[in-house]
Design a protein around this ligand. Structure first.
Ligand code: HEM
Length: 110
């Protein structure tokens, strides 16, 4: 899921934010997968490999506008629509992404 999301992001209108080199993109996928496994109740890989999430701080070097958020969410929507998830799981995960992504917006539109 995370890999597919990053593949879409790296072809999207916000591709400039994400690593262009495959090896760097793979590492980004790994960090993000670690995080999502952890918040879905799995092994705390992110804390082990990266420390406390502090995601607003980790996103602060990147200019994230509300438009960028909508593109980011849109890429997730595409990925999730191809997964065969139970409706309640899908809704719960989507609610999480929707709320959490609004906290990552750190730049006003130009
Ligand atoms: C609002 C739209 C968002 C944009 C445009 C965005 C963009 C980025 C960028 C550019 C990076 C750095 C490159 C990378 O490591 O991938 C990053 C890292 C990351 N993002 Fe986001 N992000 C967004 C929302 C979110 C949300 C909602 C979550 C989690 C619920 C999240 C989780 C992460 C994680 C775990 C990392 C790796 C942090 C690290 O270990 O350094 N992002 N994001």
């Amino acid at each position: 899921m995370v890999s597919d999301h990053y593949n879409l992001l790296s072809k999207s209108e916000i591709k400039h934010l994400f690593p262009r080199i495959d090896e760097a993109l793979d590492k980004a996928k790994q960090r993000s997968s670690d995080f999502f496994i952890q918040i879905c109740g799995g092994h705390p890989y992110f804390n082990e490999n990266r420390g406390k999430p502090m995601l607003a701080k980790r996103h602060s070097p990147f200019a994230i506008t509300t438009d960028a958020r909508m593109i980011w969410l849109g890429c997730y929507q595409q990925v999730l629509s191809k997964m065969d998830l139970p409706e309640d799981v899908l809704q719960s995960f989507w609610n999480y992404l929707n709320v959490f992504s609004s906290w990552m917006v750190n730049t006003a539109e130009q």
